[in-house]
Design a protein around this ligand. Structure first.
Ligand code: KIV
Length: 273
């Protein structure tokens, strides 16, 4: 196989993502939180699966990502890992497990790697969490950064509006992105920032930059699977493209089942022992 040929059966690694950026191949990334969903997403050919702390919203029904615990993230990550053979699996370090103390951050990351067998962690923030990121990297754990709208800081921001529109915040984001690359992060996510700024960061960095609500000038895209498949109908930001309407499909399926049970049509003789 020539070096330019894409091999869709080969395991995705952090190194392969770097190669994809070098040859200009866009990186696809989606969230998953359980075995059955992860198995479908992986078999469909996704490059990266994120066990996001958005599980707090779409799986547990919380308003923010803050309540989810390390134990709960490990539970989701373990379930996902059983369904995945090709994609790189990245797990969010949840709120409160890495911000205050780099030793605690390392202990949290080690628990995720040891107990779930996932392959990398993601952390929200730049210079403020530098020490925690460096300590985790020193232990040989790959780290994906996350800048722009960082939902774990929602109480500081006060809104989910587009970030870094002002020069001062944009400059800080650019500095943080370079810092994350310099200290050894293998990729970064940029969430909900102006496209021009995201494209500039992707151009300046050699590591892959994955966007969500950050336009098309970056190296890849990530979405929350419940949003893009239309399971979660409560969330319709401008950046979201819906690829299916599973809420309608599921509602129809459940209603047909209820009708068949009520009428006695289900089970039939052929469906009985
Ligand atoms: O938790 C999550 O799903 C995320 C993505 C939105 C990038 O962090």
């Amino acid at each position: 196989m020539s070096t330019n040929t894409v091999d869709n059966t080969r395991k995705v690694t952090t190194r392969r993502l770097a190669e994809m950026k070098q040859r200009g191949e866009k990186i696809s990334m989606l969230t998953s939180y359980d075995y059955s969903m992860a198995k479908i997403v992986d078999a469909a050919g996704i490059d990266v699966i994120l066990v996001g702390d958005s599980a707090s919203n779409v799986m547990a029904g919380n308003v923010t990502t803050l309540p989810i615990t390390l134990d709960q993230m490990i539970y989701h990550a373990k379930s996902v890992m059983k369904g995945v053979s090709r994609a790189l699996v990245v797990v969010d370090l949840p709120f409160g497990t890495y911000q205050g103390n780099s030793k605690e951050a390392l202990a949290s990351a080690i628990r995720i790697m040891k107990e779930s067998h996932a392959e990398a962690v993601k952390m929200e923030g730049g210079s403020e969490i530098r020490e925690s990121i460096e300590r985790i990297l020193c232990a040989g754990i790959p780290v994906m950064g996350h800048l722009g709208l960082t939902p774990q800081s929602i109480n500081k921001f006060g809104t989910y509006n587009v970030r870094a529109r002002q020069e001062k915040e944009a400059n800080k984001l650019i500095e943080d992105a370079h810092l994350l690359e310099d200290i050894g992060c293998f990729a970064i996510v940029l969430e909900k920032i102006p496209s021009e700024l995201a494209a500039r960061v992707a151009k300046e960095l050699t590591i892959p930059v994955i966007g969500i609500g950050a336009g098309g000038g970056v190296d890849g895209q990530v979405l929350v699977i419940h949003d893009m498949l239309g399971i979660n109908q409560d969330f319709s930001p401008k950046f979201l493209r819906r690829y299916a309407d599973l809420a309608t499909v599921m509602t129809e399926g459940v209603q047909n089942y209820i009708a068949d049970v009520k009428s006695g049509d289900f089970p039939s003789v052929a469906e009985s022992y």
